[in-house]
Ligand binder design. Structure first.
Ligand code: KG4
Ligand code: ZN
Length: 329
């Protein structure tokens, strides 16, 4: 019986494989991170990322299958991220999925990574009243959308330049913190005071974002006044970021009323961001649905769950890499 989708995620720097049933129950999840590979570069180094995926992918698939006690006969499909993401990294997941599909006789579905993130709330029995306003803030993406139902999602706006996660990572680097930058900034910000007021780019209107100016403002300030306590700088940065994110979420709920608010992607792991979204949800009297931290960052389980949505609609995008794939099918 086909109980599971095997989800494969290799769009950036995590090799992650999961087995997930139609209800979002995760029977197995195996993830290999690459922090040690990229730390010296202060960001993901694409060529090294794809090589690390190559080393990790087959053992990760094998472990996930074993841990769920599954055989190929248990698989309804293989769902694999086809984009957006780094071309070399995507290719490793796609080629693996293609090969497994041929050998095992199981269909393969090229999944949109953004759909995966937006569905991460549904994992582990999580549910979300719909329609919902969904905000995706990760290392690769920053967008806000309205989810009518599990499949119909309309984009309200996205970033014109840097993503929020990228900004956390670059600011962490400027402040001399290690990778991953997000958690390090969160911790440090708690010890500081946001004495300095940093810019809030594009806060005042619409649903688009821009974060490169905020990142540069931190760099300029540290150059101009290197004595600025790093904890205060981190606190000011977190304050400005949260101000922008919660203003956009608030505006989306005012202009496009919904029953729920959710925030997904790596930055949704930030305790400060989670608290701020709680306040916005309360103001609008909507349910706040936050994925557990482990499903907020890139993982194969969200890709598997999104693949079930494709299966239900009989949509099967070819497993071909699309590095700039927009939100859509
Ligand atoms: O979703 P994700 O794992 O990968 C992408 O699809 O990009 O997001 C990674 C990003 C990184 O930029 C990382 O710094 C950020 O999420 N991040 C955090 C936290 N944990 C990870 N940012 C703020 N606070 C955190 N606790
Ligand atoms: Zn992602």
């Amino acid at each position: 019986m086909s109980r599971f989708v095997l989800g494969i995620e290799t769009s950036c720097d995590d090799t992650s494989v999961a087995l997930v049933d139609r209800n979002g129950n995760v029977a197995a999840i195996e993830t290999m991170t690459q922090f040690d590979v990229h730390e010296a570069f202060g960001g993901v180094y694409p060529e090294l990322a794809s090589r690390a995926h190559l080393d990790a992918i087959l053992p990760t698939v094998q472990k996930a299958m074993q841990s769920a006690n599954a055989t190929p006969a248990d698989l309804a499909a293989i769902g694999v991220t086809r984009g957006p993401g780094l071309i070399g990294s995507l290719l490793v997941g796609l080629a693996t999925a293609d090969a497994l599909s041929l050998v095992w006789g199981v269909p393969v579905i090229g999944v949109n990574h953004l759909r995966g993130h937006l569905r991460s709330v549904g994992l582990d029995g999580g549910s979300m009243p719909l329609p919902a306003i969904v905000m995706l803030v990760s290392g690769g993406h920053t967008l806000i959308a309205r989810m009518e139902n599990e499949w119909d999602i309309s984009l309200l706006g996205s970033t014109r330049d840097d993503s929020v996660g990228e900004c956390y990572d670059k600011v962490a680097r400027t402040l001399g913190l290690g990778m991953p930058g997000g958690p390090a900034i969160d911790r440090l910000a708690r010890e500081g005071t946001p004495a300095l007021r940093l810019p809030r780019p594009m806060k005042a209107e619409g649903f688009e974002f821009s974060f490169s100016g905020l990142k540069s403002a931190v760099a300029r300030q540290m150059e101009k006044a290197p004595e600025t306590p790093v904890a205060d700088m981190a606190a000011a940065f977190v304050e400005a970021t949260i101000d922008v994110l919660s203003t956009k979420a608030d505006r989306a709920l005012s202009e496009h009323p919904a029953k729920a608010l959710t925030i997904v992607g790596g930055v949704a792991a930030s305790p400060q961001v989670r608290e701020a979204m709680q306040t916005v949800a309360q103001t609008h009297n909507v349910t706040l649905c936050l994925p557990p931290t482990k499903w907020a960052t890139d993982n194969g389980a969200m890709i598997a769950l999104a693949a079930w949505d494709y299966i239900e609609r009989d949509i099967s995008p070819a497993p071909v890499p699309k590095p700039n794939l927009p939100l859509g099918t």
